[in-house]
Design a protein around this ligand. Sequence first.
Ligand SMILES: [Zn+2]
Length: 242
Amino acid sequence: MKNPTKNNTKIYIIDNLTIEVIYKKMKNIRLSVRYPAGDIRVAVPMRTTESKIRSFVLSKIDWIKKHQDNFKKQPIPSPKIYANNESHDFQGKTYLLNVIEGKITPKIEIKDENYINLYVKPNTSIAKKVLLMQKWYRETMKNEMVKLIEKWEKIIGVKTNEYQIKKMKTKWGTCNIREKRIWLNLELIKRPIECLEMVLVHELVHLLERYHNDRFYGFMDKFLPDWKQTDKILNNLRIQID
Ligand SMILES: [Zn+2]
């Protein structure tokens, strides 16, 4: 059964699973199972036949079901309230929050390798604490990004005109090739530093090759031979690398 929906997208039912198929200018079939609902999406080269898509999906059924089961086990995170001992992630590690109130300039620092100390004035609102944390995340990520961009522009032999840290809901990074402008997702500062580096290298490689084709992945293998392992850390999450 199939119903045409929006342009270049079709829905197939395969082995009782609803599969969203997107036809794209690309060389290889790419399958993703999306968090949190476990929606299945398959991106395929433009002229892929239905029977090829069906046999591809059937060959991956175990993999799909494993991912869907993992998502079911993961609790949906509740919003942070910035209380003492609440867990907050930073550079791939989970820290406990220490809220320290006093007549001081608000600041944040890592303490004893396990704590994030958040210094605030008494009765600071959650909204204000959110802003302080975001500012701290942004500043530390910016510092990392500056170093990594300098390193990788030299290695890859490209030059960006502009790069920014953005809050994005669906993408880890984007590259505007014509403007040579790269945006990275602020969430990356919560993941291991290799993730930030891998997404950055991915976006810089787009300045050499627009499409996710063999040439593109050839560059990735050459510049960051371990990129696939790092990709797996990000892979199960709902945000995509563009
Ligand atoms: Zn990409």
